[in-house]
Write a protein that binds this ligand. Structure first.
Ligand SMILES: [Zn+2]
Length: 405
């Protein structure tokens, strides 16, 4: 009898244990969001298992815009996601923890705020983002690749707000450079497409094309890849940050990187002529936002040079996978690229306005690179090619030589 009671009791324990393990296994498979990695952003609002619908929203930390970058965990089968605005080619998707990405709707028929994804039979983490993220780790991979090459100086501009060292790259192989080409990205933290283009122009400068040789003999290249580095790593929006964003800070110098960049240029870049290009991402979708385009500078001389650059960029990208079409450019004075809108306050000075005011500046302007559609479907390789063409276009517009291929 005693033995039977023991056996029954043991069986009950085993059943209990099995149930507990089953519960744990189910809990491990519960659908959830992970935002615990650099650049992540997203707030889960609800999961409706009956309709297999997830509702989420961008976390508007550090300003307003549309950045999201979250990892969906524990999902199986087909689900509908409703949340932030997405590009016409949908969200960028990574099934390998952020190493490689693709856009979900290559036929460019994605709805504005809805996408569907089939996770398959086995739950696995899948990341979804507005565009293909570019973080400090990506820059560090580039830095490792170019470290030690002739003329390459990898330095620290300053510590950002949270103490993170903000990188600056200088490439100069000339004793007395006649030109400085200054490039900045991520004045607005979320604008990641511009960063992939910056990689391309660095690759071009370190190549052996005629334009790279011209740069080698006559110019200094300065790149500041993350003006709002802490915002980038924290997954913040950055656009319209309060009380003003980084690109309106060139008078007040509220942010350490702005103060340090102004000092850097004063100390290192006043011995020749200056060309400044500030690299951004535009709106999420529609009209010019599905392309890449320039915002024309004020003033007759700069405008003439900018038009020459624009013509050269068109020729240089004629066979590129991301095509530049100057019809999407916004010349100075129309429709919102105006003195009145952007420079209405002496306290809020934009980067291009500030650098244009330096006595050695010949040209200062902004470029905007689409998040999803960008004259073609955005991809790092295509953006790299645009960066390479950008250096060619700058050099050819300065030298008046066109080598259109
Ligand atoms: Zn911007």
């Amino acid at each position: 009898m005693k033995l039977m009671e023991d056996a029954r009791s043991n069986a009950a324990w085993l059943t209990c244990l099995a149930t507990a393990f089953a519960c744990l296994a189910a809990a491990a498979q519960m659908e959830s969001f992970n935002t615990d990695y650099p650049g992540a952003n997203g707030k889960l609002q609800s999961i409706d298992r009956a309709s297999r619908t997830v509702r989420y929203e961008s976390d508007w930390r550090g300003g307003s815009h549309y950045w999201f970058n979250f990892e969906a965990r524990g999902f199986t089968g087909r689900w509908r996601f409703i949340g932030s605005r997405i590009t016409k080619v949908g969200p960028a998707v990574s099934e390998d923890g952020g190493k490689s990405w693709y856009f979900l709707y290559p036929s460019a028929d994605a709805q504005r705020e809805i996408f569907d994804f089939d996770f398959g039979d086995v739950a696995r983490p899948v990341r979804f983002a507005l565009s293909i993220p570019y973080q400090l780790a990506d820059w560090n991979r580039l830095a490792d690749r170019i470290r030690g090459k002739e003329g390459v100086k990898l330095g620290v501009l300053c510590k950002d707000r949270l103490g993170t060292p903000a990188p600056v790259l200088e490439i100069c192989r000339s004793e007395r450079p006649e030109w400085t080409f200054l490039f900045t990205a991520r004045h607005h933290a979320c604008e990641c497409s511009a960063s992939w283009v910056m990689e391309g122009l660095i690759d071009e400068v370190l190549s052996d094309t005629p334009e790279a040789r011209w740069v080698r003999e006559r110019a200094r290249i300065v790149c500041v890849p993350f003006i709002d580095l802490d915002g980038v790593e924290q997954g913040e929006q950055g656009k319209s940050r309060k009380p003003h964003d980084h690109n309106r800070d060139y008078a007040q110098e509220l942010y350490p990187t702005i103060k340090a960049l102004k000092a850097y240029v004063k100390a290192h870049c006043m011995d020749g002529s200056l060309v400044f290009i500030d690299m951004h991402s535009p709106g999420v979708r529609g009209i010019e936002h599905d392309h890449y385009y320039g915002l024309g500078p004020a003033g007759e001389g700069p405008n003439r040079l900018w038009l020459a650059y624009s013509r050269e960029l068109e020729k240089a990208t004629r066979r590129a996978r991301l095509r530049y079409d100057p019809q999407w450019d916004i010349p100075f004075g129309r429709p919102w690229n105006t003195e009145a809108l952007f420079y209405s306050s002496n306290d809020l000075v934009k980067s291009d306005r500030y650098f244009a005011s330096l006595p050695n500046c010949k040209l200062a302007f902004c470029m905007e690179y689409g998040y999803g559609l960008c004259g073609g479907i955005f991809c790092p390789e295509g953006a790299n090619e645009v960066g390479r063409c950008t250096i060619k276009a700058v050099v050819r517009s300065l030298t008046g030589q066109s080598n259109a291929r």
